[in-house]
Design a protein. Structure first.
Length: 290
């Protein structure tokens, strides 16, 4: 059983909800942070990294100047203008290379190799309640976020082999390829939105994506009381499309405190938003029958 928490874009309060769900879930629940560009779920918990391995999201061409005969065929073959002449030979401008292999195919001197690029790290963390968090860190500007998301999700499924534990996935923001990698094969989705026009449009895009992947979707409207008219518009859209709204989270200054202190919001008993998230967790648990 897998539950993904999604938002059409970053900054909607998704991590506040995921970290609270992760706190409320029982110890057997496996967590996955698919926001590989800016992973932050682990910051809300005490934990210990038990493994870390390199990830390669792309390849780069390298020219061996000892073998190069300076024919220039590679420069002509490269559609990305990544190869330039230098001192009678040729060299690759790494930042332009897309690893397409065309230069290697045409090289008559076997002077070109493609080498794996070091793009980031896959990390397995054990949290203080002894549950597992599969996460990653993609280096700035590196390629392969979709592939990296697939790999950390695969690691969570391997942990769950032979068991039937719940997996909670903090989905990548947006609707790009890393989001698709976050949601393939998932049964349940919670879409987090905010009551603004752009929030509504982002939510509709995220919902269309979830529908395409046949994910049973639920909705939470964060800070609904900042624009109740727009919140009503979102609810009407959900009614018309048969999507259940399971949370109307009020604006709450305690959220800032929880972010500042890096603790899940539901740990603060005086938080009105936290209490709503507790209700949401109970509803979604019943819906998933876990
Ligand atoms: S691998 Fe492709 S992109 Fe990179 S240098 Fe060769 S032809 Fe250009
Ligand atoms: S195709 Fe090979 S031999 Fe020719 S310039 Fe490029 S690297 Fe050198």
């Amino acid at each position: 059983m897998q539950l993904v928490i999604l938002s059409g874009k970053g900054g909607t309060g998704k991590t506040t909800i995921v970290s609270s769900f992760a706190y409320l879930a029982d110890q057997s629940t496996i967590k996955v942070d698919c926001d590989v560009d800016a992973s932050n779920l682990h910051l809300m918990f005490n934990g210990k990294d038990i493994s870390s391995s390199q990830f390669s999201g792309s390849k780069k061409a390298i020219i061996d100047s000892d073998k190069c005969i300076g024919c220039g065929l590679c420069e002509k073959a490269c559609r990305f203008d990544a190869i330039i002449p230098k001192d009678g030979y040729y060299e690759v401008m790494e930042h332009r290379c897309e690893g397409c292999n065309a230069c290697r195919v045409v090289c008559p001197a076997d002077a070109i190799t493609l080498e794996e690029e070091d793009s980031g790290k896959k990390i397995m963390t054990v949290l203080e309640d002894e549950s597992y968090l599969s996460r990653a860190s993609l280096y700035p500007g590196a390629d392969g976020s979709g592939k990296l998301v697939s790999e950390i999700r695969k690691a969570s499924l391997e942990l769950n082999k032979g068991k039937n534990n719940l997996i909670i996935i903090d989905g990548s923001p947006g609707v790009g390829c890393s989001v698709m990698a976050s949601i393939t094969g998932v049964e349940f989705g919670l879409l987090v939105t905010e009551p603004t026009q752009s929030g509504f449009e982002d939510f509709v895009r995220a919902y269309e994506l979830a529908k395409h992947f046949r994910i049973k979707s639920y909705v939470a409207i964060n800070k609904y009381d900042l624009n109740e008219e727009m919140a009503d518009t979102i609810e009407r859209y959900c009614d018309d499309n048969g999507i259940k709204v399971i949370g109307r989270i009020p604006y709450d200054v305690v959220v800032n405190k929880s972010n500042f202190e890096s603790k899940p919001l539901v740990m603060y008993n005086d938080s009105i938003a936290g209490n709503e998230i507790k209700n949401m967790w109970n509803i979604i648990k019943n819906e998933m029958e876990v």
